[in-house]
Design a protein around this ligand. Structure first.
Ligand code: ADP
Ligand code: MG
Length: 589
């Protein structure tokens, strides 16, 4: 060809760019997927200033000759659909021939590429959609694409970009997804010229997960051995029973090799956890679903993140089955690691069926000692407080209360003016700590406990970027941490009230909680409330049970001296009461 020409309809490309390219992370996705399609064995992703400054993807794939290199910058030029029949059978990752022209229309774009069999390569430079340079270049085989100053010519879109740290974190997250779905490809990532990770190619997904997320994360997972039902196959890894996180960034579900977020895939995983994982938590998982391409429509979402399944029922049952069989195979011994509070609300017990433990109508009150066997406890769902008891209108006074005992390691029972009062220990602590933390945050940081030996923890690249971006809010929560090189973070101090929990757990849970506050949580009044609520939930889960009558009375007293004693910041009841009338009604035939 050798013809320099203007890209057709630049404007149309820019419009399309709005759909395909929302942010640096989506550019990386499109470029890396192209490299994967090109058969690359090694892919290097470099980026600067969160990707808004520069993204450079280099691969050792098949490369392009000059005419193809020029052609690929035209809209709807794709080497991936030969006939319309191919549309239904998408075997490659991309197929719309829109990504490169779209990206080139909104950036300073440079493509250099060379096929292995050719003597020389081609370099093409495009600025805002106009090709202004095509020449020979002496590249090594493969393709390198540079995208500089993304959206430089579309200020409205550039304004939409978040802070550098947020974009970097999203971008790293995207590379993680691609690296997880292709362990057979070596990945290297450099951020602002510093190496973030270098992943060796491997046939073993477990090794890729370990290299990316660390040994500790891998130990939390159990394999899902390949299985198939009605044409839908699945394999991968899923968290052991009871392991959960409140955000879903570590839940990766792939359909025919492409990461897909869909409730049809994620809800069954959560459903499988009912009874072993508190509400609001999700099991980390990396699951690969394979099905006939015609059973899934990928063209629903321009960036191909959503799909429509022909038969969602089958998908659901396969996903459920995957989780359950993995846990059966995990065996009871390995199945549940009794690590304190891996669930923020209740200690999860694998396999227990929920029964209301308290005040069930037929039984007497099974009052147990503090040391009651963990396994005898019943995991109860947060909303299940016996509904016949009202949390409102309690006229409690500490003076009139008499301590009766503890129940199920979770409740304190008091008699008060012929009523039975039940205090939920963890909820009560949450309320007490919340009010204390809120006052304290008004004047400074939460108390922190300095660790004698700082802990070095392995974290994912995206998490590390997040931690560095949010050091000050973590600090306000009492946690002092900074990245320490080679995929690790160094933790020097933890919130004093949570210091009995494992450091990794404090960090991960705090991070999950803070992430729900949005991209850049601040310490305005609303931010302080949210932070106090998060840390109080964390700290309450790590606190020891009150031992003995004096401690029990003290807890009641502290609770009743709160401004709003009867519920946690999230509205969970802390104290409830069964009146003489209510008791009598229950004993009337
Ligand atoms: P699509 O991936 O949907 O085909 P793109 O705009 O992403 O559309 O890419 C257009 C074409 O450019 C691809 O079909 C492929 O032929 C070629 N191409 C893009 N990136 C690469 C690469 N890294 N190596 C080899 N060929 C590539
Ligand atoms: Mg593509």
């Amino acid at each position: 060809m050798g013809l320099i020409k203007l890209l057709p309809d630049i404007l149309a490309s820019q419009v399309a760019a709005g759909e395909v390219v929302e942010r640096p992370a989506s550019v990386v996705k499109e470029l890396v997927e192209n490299s994967i399609d090109a058969g690359a064995r090694r892919i290097t992703v470099e980026f600067q200033r969160g990707g808004a400054g520069l993204i450079r993807v280099t691969d050792d794939g098949c490369g392009m000759d000059r005419s193809d290199a020029l052609l690929c910058l035209e809209r709807h030029a794709t080497s991936k659909i030969r006939e319309s029949a191919d549309l239904a059978a998408i075997s490659t990752l991309g197929f719309r021939g829109e990504a490169l022209p779209s990206i080139a229309s909104v950036s300073r774009f440079r493509l250099s590429t060379r096929r292995r069999e050719d003597d020389g390569g081609t370099l093409i430079e495009v600025t805002g959609g106009k090709i202004h340079e095509v020449r020979d270049s002496g590249e090594s085989p493969g393709t390198r694409i540079e995208v500089a100053d993304l959206f430089f010519n579309v200020p409205a879109r550039r304004k939409f970009l978040r802070g550098e740290q947020t974009e970097a974190s999203n971008l790293l997250q995207q590379i993680e997804i691609l690296a997880v779905s292709h362990p057979e490809i070596a990945f290297t990532c450099l951020r602002d010229q510093r190496e973030v990770f270098r992943l060796a190619a491997t046939e073993d997904l477990a090794i890729r997960l370990r290299d990316l997320y660390g040994e500790a994360f891998l130990r939390k997972l159990t394999p899902v051995s390949p299985q198939e039902s009605q044409g839908v196959k699945v394999h991968g890894w899923i968290a052991r029973p009871g392991e959960g996180r409140s955000d879903r960034t570590l839940q990766m579900t792939f359909v025919n090799g492409r990461m897909i977020k869909s409730p049809i895939l994620s809800l069954p995983l959560r459903e499988a956890c009912d009874g072993v994982l508190a509400k609001g938590l999700h099991p980390p998982a990396v699951l690969f679903f394979e099905m006939d391409p015609s059973a899934v429509d990928c063209n629903v979402h321009p960036a191909k993140r959503e799909v429509r399944f022909r038969d969602p029922g089958v998908i659901r049952s396969v996903a459920l089955q995957a989780a359950r069989s993995a846990w059966e195979n995990a065996g009871p011994a390995a199945g549940f690691s009794p690590k304190a509070g891996s669930d923020p609300l209740f200690p999860p017990i694998a396999g227990t069926v929920w029964k209301p433990a308290v005040l069930s109508t037929q039984n007497e009150l099974p009052v147990q000692s503090v040391e009651s066997d963990r396994s005898a406890r019943v995991a109860e769902s947060p909303g299940s407080t016996a509904h016949s008891m009202s949390a409102f209108g309690i006229q409690s006074s500490v003076q009139a209360a008499r301590f009766l005992g503890q129940l199920a390691g979770r409740y304190l029972l008091f008699e008060e003016l012929e009523s039975l009062m039940v205090l939920e220990i963890r909820a009560a602590r949450e309320r007490i700590l919340y009010e204390r933390f809120l006052k304290r945050l008004g004047t400074g940081e939460l108390e922190s406990q300095h660790l004698l030996l700082p802990e070095i923890l392995e974290m994912s690249p995206a998490d590390l970027a997040w931690i560095d971006a949010h050091r000050s809010i973590l600090h306000a929560a009492g946690l002092v941490a900074e990245s320490f090189g080679q995929g690790t973070v160094k933790v020097d101090s933890v919130p004093a009230d949570a210091s009995s929990l494992p450091v990794m757990e404090i960090l991960v849970r705090l991070m999950d909680e803070l992430r729900t506050l949005g991209d850049s949580p601040t310490l305005d009044p609303a931010g302080r409330e949210a932070l106090a609520a998060s840390v109080s939930r964390l700290a309450a889960s790590g606190a020891k049970l009150p031992a003995g009558e004096e401690a029990a009375m003290m807890l009641l007293k502290e609770l009743l001296s709160c401004d709003l004693p009867y519920a946690t910041p999230k509205g969970r009841p802390t104290l409830t009461q069964l009146s003489p009338g209510e008791l009598q009604r229950r004993f009337t035939a």
